[in-house]
Design a binder for this molecule. Structure first.
Ligand SMILES: [Zn+2]
Length: 124
């Protein structure tokens, strides 16, 4: 059962959360929205990520090797990332400083642009 909050109760709870060093209700709501949008963009990218797609959704560089399965599989999304990002994820996980999905390069794009495989790309 969920409680129906009055705007005053919500504001008081939000202020109490903020005073306790937590995110306010507004910040939390924005965080959830940004993370959800980032996840949707990553999922859309996964659908079009194929051999020859060298864009790394995490750092935004063209550093993903053409044969996808030779790259790092992200620890936080079911998508291939470049080796540098794979290493960065491992180190950040060890340090408990995970890069939020909303900070990924693809999350900062206004929309997912269809990528085309370049026919001249050599497939080894
Ligand atoms: Zn990368």
């Amino acid at each position: 059962m969920s409680k129906d909050w009055t705007p005053e109760e919500l504001q008081a709870a939000s202020a109490a959360m903020k005073d306790a060093g937590e995110m306010s209700y507004e910040e939390f709501t924005e965080e959830v929205k940004a993370t959800t949008e980032a996840k949707e963009k990553i999922d859309a990218f996964v659908a079009i990520q194929t051999d020859g797609t060298t864009f790394c959704p995490r750092c935004g560089n063209l550093t993903v090797k053409e044969r996808l399965h030779t790259n790092a599989l992200s620890r936080h999304a079911n998508v291939y990332v470049c080796d540098a990002c794979g290493m960065d994820e491992a180190i950040r996980d060890w340090k408990h400083t995970t890069l939020p999905l909303k900070e990924w390069a693809i999350a900062k794009l206004p929309l997912v642009v269809s990528t085309q495989n370049t026919p001249e790309s050599p497939l080894c």
